[in-house]
Design a protein around this ligand. Structure first.
Ligand code: PEP
Ligand code: MN
Length: 359
């Protein structure tokens, strides 16, 4: 999949790179939409976002103002010159967004998981030159994300991009949706010309972490940010905790470092820093995995204690070692290295189980 057009489109529309998309989670009223949009003209944002159809986890929550809010977005464009973006959740939404000349349509995380719906949206948008952005599916599944992008691509949609909004997890973490940076990195490696925009608002779920996540995205050479912005965030009808004011958006963007690529030296330094960020993200993932593994080891310890079974089960350990050595070799890793790593993990696991059994 080649997608050189998007960059050309950014140039043509004289949009910033990285692109800054901002606006409320939901369009609540015409006044609220216009108030935010006018405030955003004092920021670096060039695209105004607002959800008109809101997919909500529980019934009874505010589900968006629907079609009647689309003229409000047209008014935003007329009064402020900002381009407009809405989420489309089905083919009907997509048709309406085209009818009301919305510039950017995005497919939400809950829709990306459903190939039938994505296909229907792709059919409704056949051949459009509007920009269509695909949020990652809520579950950490790169193939599903790529599949949705492919469906748009094969429908002749020229300006396609991706939005990384994090992944849901059962585990309690400081994020609302864990970033799992390796997944968008893998997408970028596979499709180097596909623009990826980061959505720190839905990753964090609160205001505090937005700067750090946005900076990491820029260090990883993402092509833009989508940040939820509301003039009175605490009173927002949806996602109140994570929305920031336009004033806060200015503070954040003023402090974000965007790597310039003017001199060769600077370029290689930026590359080095981007790679180091990748290493940091991978190391964080390794630690998470090790900690989850240790949790399971402790649960096994409890079962062994109840069954009065010995900690060390030689045959099981030999099986594990053989499996990881074979797996490691097939990934191009050195046999001795894998043995050392896993012997060390095993030793630590035994220590954890011993503590449980002796308690
Ligand atoms: C949104 O952008 O408001 C939204 C609903 O996002 P997501 O699909 O990432 O949950
Ligand atoms: Mn939201």
């Amino acid at each position: 999949m080649e997608n050189e057009n998007f960059m050309k489109w950014l140039d043509q529309m004289k949009l910033s790179h990285p692109l800054l998309i901002a606006g409320p989670c939901s369009a609540e009223s015409e006044e609220q939409v216009l108030e935010v949009a006018h405030e955003l003209t004092k920021t670096d944002a060039t695209v105004f976002r607002a959800g008109v159809w809101k997919p909500r986890t529980r019934p009874g929550s505010f589900e968006g103002q629907g079609t009647k809010a689309l003229p409000w977005l047209q008014k935003v464009k007329k009064e402020t010159g900002l381009l407009t973006a809405v989420e489309v959740g089905n083919a009907q939404h997509a048709k309406l967004a085209l009818e009301f000349d919305i510039d950017i349509l995005w497919i939400g995380a809950r829709t990306t998981v459903n190939p039938f719906t994505v296909q229907e949206i792709a059919d409704a948008l056949k051949g459009t030159d509007k920009v269509v952005l695909v949020k990652n599916p809520i579950n950490p599944d790169l193939e599903l994300w790529i599949g949705a992008i492919e469906r748009l691509y094969t429908s002749g949609i020229k300006n396609i991009g991706a939005i990384h909004r994090g992944f849901s997890t059962f585990r309690k973490t400081k994020y609302r949706n864990i970033p799992n940076w390796q997944i968008p990195i893998d997408l970028k490696i596979k499709y180097p010309t596909l623009p990826i925009i980061n959505d720190p608002s839905h990753i964090c779920g609160e205001r505090e972490g937005i700067f750090d996540v946005a900076q990491t995205a820029l260090d990883l050479k993402f092509d833009g940010l989508m940040i939820e912005t509301h003039c009175h965030p605490d009173q927002a009808w949806s996602d109140a905790k994570q929305q920031i004011t336009p004033q806060r958006l200015v503070e954040i963007t003023e402090n974000l470092r965007v790597r310039r690529e003017t001199f060769e030296q600077e370029e290689s330094l930026a590359k080095l820093q981007a790679l180091r960020k990748e290493i940091d993200a991978l190391d964080a993932q390794l630690l998470e995995t090790l900690s989850s593994r240790m949790q399971v080891v402790e649960n096994i310890g409890l079962v062994k204690k109840q069954g009065n079974v010995a900690i060390l089960q030689n045959t099981r350990w030999n099986e594990i070692l053989q499996k990881v050595v074979d797996g490691g070799i097939s990934h191009g890793l050195n046999k001795e290295f894998i043995e050392n790593v896993f012997k060390s993990i095993h030793q630590e696991s035994i220590a954890h189980q011993k503590k449980i059994i002796d308690a």
